[in-house]
Structures are given as C-alpha cells and as structure tokens.
Design a protein around this ligand. Sequence first.
Ligand SMILES: C[S@@+](CC[C@H](N)C(=O)[O-])C[C@H]1O[C@@H](n2cnc3c(N)ncnc32)[C@H](O)[C@@H]1O
Length: 215
Amino acid sequence: MIDDNINYEYIIRYIRRTLKPQVGLIAELEEFAAENSVPISQPETIKLLELLIKIGNVKSILEVGTAIGYSAIRMAGAGAEHIDTIEINHDAAAFAEKSIKRAGFEDRIRIFEGDAREVLKELDRSYDLIFIDAAKAQYNEFFKHCMRMLKPGGILFSDNILYKGMTATDELVQHRKITIVKRLRRYVDMLCTHSELETDILPLGDGVAISVKGR
Ligand SMILES: C[S@@+](CC[C@H](N)C(=O)[O-])C[C@H]1O[C@@H](n2cnc3c(N)ncnc32)[C@H](O)[C@@H]1O
C-alpha cells in the first residue's frame, strides 16, 4: 500500500486509466486542486456519483462541502437539475461561484456559505441524493438534517468513511486523529444499523458509504 491509500496503487492506477480524461474547465479545476492541495473527490468516487445520478434519474441534490465547486459541476453535468451546496470557507465558496458561472450552471447550483451545522437547520427542501463530503468529525451532526430532507428511496452518499483505513483498524490510527476516527466509526455503525436505511460500504477512493432510505 502506498501512502495513505486504502487500495493498492496498481489497482488505483489501473482503474484511473479506464476513466476518460477530463477536458476544459473540469481538467482545469483538477489541476488547480492538485497544485493547491484542495481536497476534491477522487476520480473513481465522482464517477460513481455520476453513474448513480444517471441510473437513479437523480434531479435534486444536497451537497455538504462544496470546496471549489468541482463535484457540484460534475453532478450537474451528469444530469442533476437542482443542487444546493454548503461551504464554510469564504474563499472556496467565492471560487466555486466563479467556476459554476463559467460552467453555465448558475441556475442549477446554489451555494450556501456557512457552517453546514447551522445552514442545514434552515433548509427544508427534499432531495433525491445527499452527498456528505465535509469535516469528517461532523458527519453525525449533519446526519439528522440529511435524513429529514432525503426523499423516501433517496440516496445518502457519505465520502471518506474509511479515512485512510483508520476507521477499519486501530493499527493505522494516528493519535491526533483518534477523535475523528471514533466519530466516523460511530457514524458507520449508525448508518449500518439504522431502521430506515440500507447501507453498503465500498473501499473506493477513501471509502464510500452508499445508503438508501426506505420508501
Ligand atoms: C473534501 S472538500 C469538498 C470537495 C468537494 N465535494 C468536491 O469533491 O469537489 C470538503 C469541504 O468541506 C468544507 N467544510 C468542512 N466543514 C464544513 C462545515 N461544517 N460546513 C460547511 N463546509 C464545511 C471545507 O471547507 C472543504 O472545502
């Protein structure tokens, strides 16, 4: 295993070679993210989201964690017609707004700037899919609002839940990450035992939980 990846590097490289290279604005955002250490979705993770949007005919999405707007733009490109996305960092939100305009998606993607723990309380739409991709220690706090706004039959997509493998084994846990890891473990347990959800954990990217809410 190389660095922090949860999968073998040769597997990741092989899968990434199968994905079509991005062009234009998307390629530019990927380059910007790599050069400036902005954590955006991994290629195989965003591809899975795009496929779920297409397979499930997903039209409305709530995203927690916009960063520079990369995933929101890709999800709109996959067919989502309405995306509400929340970002706490002002510079990231401003950058995302410009990128979304450049993509021509300003009528489909709405950015809410602020702490999702507060912003979520104010939202009351219902969504076909909710993508949680912000501070890992806060997933439990986002969850109850996400459940309230997720439509029956809707998909809850939680990213980074294996957290470089630390969620799965104490052997990898870095001491300063212990609180985050404990909270992520609690989050995963809750998803997997929740009476209204069916959940699968995939070792894709940094670990993804896909949950479907009962109808
Ligand atoms: C992994 S990045 C999101 C990447 C984005 N979804 C993508 O794939 O292009 C996580 C983002 O969540 C934001 N964030 C962290 N905690 C947050 C919170 N409580 N409320 C809103 N945004 C938060 C961070 O500032 C960061 O930009």
